[in-house]
Design a protein around this ligand. Structure first.
Ligand code: GDP
Ligand code: MG
Length: 439
C-alpha cells in the first residue's frame, strides 16, 4: 500500500502545483492501494470522492506545498473512517454486564478475554468471571484456565462434555450466586465460518443477550477479512472490534474495511502475547501506520528538495541571462546554507581551499543570516525593484528583520556588487566562452 501511495505522492509533489490532472493521477493510485489492501469497493469509492471534494478546494490549489496538503487530507479521511478513539465497554447500569468474544480460530479471542478481564479487575475495580465456552478442544479450556490463574480471575468451565450453550446458562447462574458483576464468554472459533458455529454463537447470544459482542480481527489477515467480518456481523450484530496482533509488521489496512462494513468501533487493541499487551485504539496512529506515514513524509520532503533545486536552477538561468534580483540572492544564500557553511563549501571547490582558510566562517555565516532576514522582510515588489527603497521602507525592513538601517544599506550594496558580477558573467557566457549552467 505504502509503496503505491509513495509513488503517487512523488508524482504530485514533484510538480510543485496541484492540478486537476495530477490530483486525478494520485487518486487513481490511492484507489488501487486501498483495493489492494482489501478495502471494500464501495468504501473506496466513497473515500475517493470525499478526498477529491476536499482536495480540489481553492485552499489546496494555492497551497505552497500541495503534496503535504494531500497527505494530510488522505490521512484525516482515514482517521474519520477508523472512527472514534474513546469506545468504552457497554457496562450495564445495574446487574451483570455480559461480554461475548467471537472470531475465527487463532485470531486471539482467548488471549483478549484474559487481557480485558485483567484490565477490568486491575484498572476499573470490577469483579469479572471468565467462561470457557470453547468446548471443542480440552486444550482451549486449559489455556483459559492458565491465563485466569495468572491474573487471579476465576474461570467457569463444565469441561468438554457440556455444550457451549449449557455452559453459558450455568455460568450466568454461578455469576449471580457469587456476586460477579461482569462475565466474559470465550467462545469457539473455526478456521472458516460454518453454519454450525454460527448457530452455536447465535444460541448463546439469544440466551445471554450480551451488552457487548466483540469480534477479534487479526491485523495480519488479508483478503478474507471482509467476508469474515460481514458474516459475523450479519449473524450476530457485533458491537465492537478487538484488533489483535498489531505488534506484527503488517500495516493492518484490513481494519479499514472491517470498520466500514460493521460501522462499530474498535474497543481494544492487542499488542503482544503478554497479558499487559492491551491498549485502547488510537485512530491517528493507525492511520499513520496504514499510510506508512514515515515513508511518505520523507518522500514529500525529498520532493520538496527537488522543487527547491528547480527554483535554484531557474534562478541560475535568470542570472545567466543578466537578470538578478534580491529574490535570486536569497535563493543563492539558502543554497549556501543548505550545503553547510560558506567556508565549508569553499573548501570543496578546487583552488579555493586556501581562501577558505582566510574567511572568518562564523562571521561570514552570520552575515548571510542577516542578509537573508533583511530580504525576507521585503515585499515581493521591493525584492524585484530595490530602487523604490527610501528611508521609511528601509526603516520598516530594519525593524522587521531586527537589524540596523546601516545593515540594510550594506546588504543592498552587496546586492549591487553581485548584480554587476552577474552581468559580466552573463555577457561572458553569451559570448560563448562559458558553458551555460543549469541547462
Ligand atoms: P483464539 O483461537 O481466537 O482464542 O486465539 P488465541 O487467544 O488462542 O491466540 C492465538 C495465538 O495468537 C496465541 O499464540 C496467542 O499468544 C497469539 N496472540 C493473541 N493475541 C496476540 C497479540 O496481540 N499479539 C501477538 N503477537 N500474539 C497474539
Ligand atoms: Mg481460544
Amino acid at each position: 500500500l505504502s509503496e503505491r501511495l509513495g509513488k503517487a505522492f512523488k508524482n504530485i509533489t514533484g510538480k510543485g502545483k496541484l492540478t486537476e490532472k495530477n490530483m486525478n493521477d494520485m487518486l487513481r493510485e490511492v484507489r488501487m492501494s486501498l483495493l489492494e489492501a482489501d478495502v471494500n469497493y464501495g468504501v473506496v469509492k466513497d473515500f475517493i470522492s470525499r478526498i477529491k471534494e476536499k482536495a480540489m478546494g481553492q485552499e489546496v490549489l494555492t497551497s505552497l506545498n500541495p503534496g503535504q496538503m494531500v497527505v494530510k487530507i488522505v490521512h484525516d479521511e482515514i482517521v474519520a473512517l477508523l472512527g472514534t478513539e474513546d469506545a468504552p465497554v457497554n457496562y450495564k447500569k445495574s446487574g451483570i454486564t455480559t461480554i461475548m468474544m467471537v472470531g475465527l480460530q487463532g485470531t486471539g479471542k482467548t488471549t483478549a478475554s484474559a487481557k480485558i478481564a485483567n484490565l477490568m479487575k486491575k484498572k476499573q475495580g470490577r469483579n469479572p468471571l471468565l467462561v470457557a465456552c470453547d468446548v471443542i478442544r480440552p486444550a482451549a479450556i486449559d489455556q483459559l484456565k492458565t491465563l485466569g490463574e495468572s491474573i487471579g480471575v476465576e474461570v467457569f468451565s463444565l469441561g468438554v462434555e457440556t455444550k457451549a450453550l449449557e455452559t453459558a446458562k450455568q455460568a450466568m447462574v454461578y455469576a449471580k450466586e457469587n456476586g460477579y458483576d461482569t462475565v466474559l464468554f470465550d467462545t469457539a472459533g473455526r478456521l472458516h465460518i460454518d453454519d454450525e458455529l454460527m448457530q452455536e454463537l447465535s444460541d448463546i447470544k439469544a440466551y445471554v443477550q450480551p451488552d457487548d459482542i466483540l469480534l477479534t480481527v487479526d491485523a495480519m489477515t488479508g483478503q478474507d477479512i471482509v467476508n469474515v467480518a460481514s458474516s459475523f456481523h450479519e449473524q450476530l450484530e457485533v458491537s465492537g472490534l478487538v484488533l489483535t496482533k498489531l505488534d506484527g509488521d503488517s500495516r493492518g489496512g484490513g481494519i479499514l474495511s472491517v470498520r466500514a462494513i460493521t460501522n462499530v468501533p474498535v474497543k481494544f487493541v492487542g499488542l503482544g502475547e503478554k497479558i499487559e499487551d492491551l491498549d485502547v485504539f488510537h485512530p491517528d496512529r493507525m492511520a499513520d501506520r496504514i499510510l506508512g506515514m514515515g515513508d511518505i513524509m520523507s518522500l514529500v520532503e525529498k520532493a520538496q528538495e527537488k522543487m527547491d533545486m528547480e527554483a535554484t536552477t531557474k534562478s541560475t538561468n535568470r542570472m545567466m541571462s543578466g537578470e538578478f534580483t534580491l529574490t535570486d540572492m536569497l535563493v543563492q544564500y539558502e543554497q549556501i546554507e543548505k550545503m553547510g557553511s560558506l567556508g565549508g563549501m569553499m573548501k570543496l571547490l578546487p583552488g579555493m581551499g586556501q581562501l577558505a582558510g582566510q574567511i572568518d566562517e562564523a562571521k561570514a555565516d552570520n552575515k548571510i543570516k542577516k542578509s537573508k532576514a533583511i530580504i525576507q522582510s521585503m515585499t515581493p515588489e521591493e525584492r524585484e525593484n530595490p530602487n523604490i527603497l527610501r528611508a521609511s521602507r528601509k526603516n520598516r525592513i530594519a525593524k522587521g528583520s531586527g537589524v540596523s538601517v546601516a545593515d540594510v544599506n550594506r546588504c543592498l550594496n552587496e546586492f549591487e556588487k553581485m548584480k554587476q558580477v552577474m552581468k559580466q558573467f552573463s555577457s561572458l557566457a553569451k559570448g560563448g566562452k562559458m558553458p551555460n549552467l543549469g541547462g
